[in-house]
Design a protein around this ligand. Structure first.
Ligand SMILES: NC(=O)c1ccc[n+]([C@@H]2O[C@H](COP(=O)([O-])OP(=O)(O)OC[C@H]3O[C@@H](n4cnc5c(N)ncnc54)[C@H](OP(=O)(O)O)[C@@H]3O)[C@@H](O)[C@H]2O)c1
Length: 239
């Protein structure tokens, strides 16, 4: 059976799928035959994005990953509509304006930790009861999980924490045949840069589509193979 035929019965949930890397992953998965649920906080924007994809395989469901009730509601809706999840891509994430630790607003610290770290925990916890052998969780971290950047302490801390969580989760679910992938992209040309370096040289960055293809490749590996980490960045450095 062709890969896209096999994928037709598969369901992927992608948090933060309304733009950037998440949307590119959604398009790649839909093209490969998956049924795809994308999330974001803004329901009307989500509807417009889904319509613009022109894909009958992509559905939008609003969710704020920092809000436990919202996450619970999302996965209850997914359960009702699809019964099971084959792939969860924890992609929703935020950065923050550059600031040294002495002046970093507590609000920025909390938002980064709540979204990039606690959000992954909440979504993995809610998705796991719907997942079984052959399933894959992809956590979109960043090279910032392993490389420090001055002025980005909350982002660095959230991503490094999320890498620790990802590695522990992998060991917990390994025996159930669920694979856990840590995705560590370098610079990718998306809107997230507007939050801390609006004039960053996007032309030197990877496209979100390139990252999406790497994710699809990892998820499509045979069930007995686990690609545990994807490190992907521009050939010539940006930072
Ligand atoms: N671009 C890069 O260079 C790069 C490099 C390495 C890693 N990453 C990581 O890749 C992921 C995606 O980033 P991106 O570059 O594609 O950024 P982006 O274009 O800003 O997209 C971020 C997505 O996350 C959603 N989101 C933000 N907060 C959310 C929340 N509380 N609940 C639900 N959704 C939320 C946004 O939708 P709404 O605002 O509508 O909610 C949007 O869909 C992030 O985790 C980021 O840290 C990016």
């Amino acid at each position: 059976m062709a890969q896209s035929e096999t994928n037709k019965r598969k369901v992927a949930v992608i948090t933060g799928g309304s733009r950037g890397i998440g949307l590119a992953i959604a398009r790649a998965f839909a093209h490969a035959g998956f049924k795809v649920v994308i999330t974001g906080r803004d329901e009307s924007k989500l509807k417009a994005v889904v319509a613009a994809t022109g894909s009958a395989e992509i559905t939008g469901m609003p969710c704020d990953v920092t809000d436990p009730a919202s996450v619970k509601k999302l996965f209850a809706s997914v359960r009702e509509q699809y019964s099971a999840i084959d792939v969860l891509v924890n992609n929703a994430g935020v950065a923050h304006a550059l600031a040294p630790v002495e002046t970093l607003p507590l609000e920025d610290w909390k938002k980064a930790i709540d979204t990039n770290l606690t959000g992954i925990f909440l979504c993995a916890q809610a998705a796991l009861p719907l997942m079984s052998t052959g399933g894959t969780i992809v956590n979109n971290l960043s090279v910032a999980a392993i490389r420090p950047f001055a002025g980005m302490s909350a982002y660095n801390a959230s991503k490094a924490g999320a890498l620790g969580f990802t590695n522990a989760l992998r060991e917990e679910v390994r025996k159930r045949g669920i694979r856990v992938v840590a995705l560590l992209p370098g610079a990718v040309a998306t809107e997230i840069w507007d939050q801390f370096w609006a004039d960053a040289p996007r032309e030197k960055m990877l496209s979100a589509d390139t990252v999406a293809q790497a994710v699809l490749h990892a998820v499509s590996a045979p069930a007995e193979a686990s690609i545990e980490e994807i490190r992907i960045g521009p050939t010539v450095g940006v930072l």
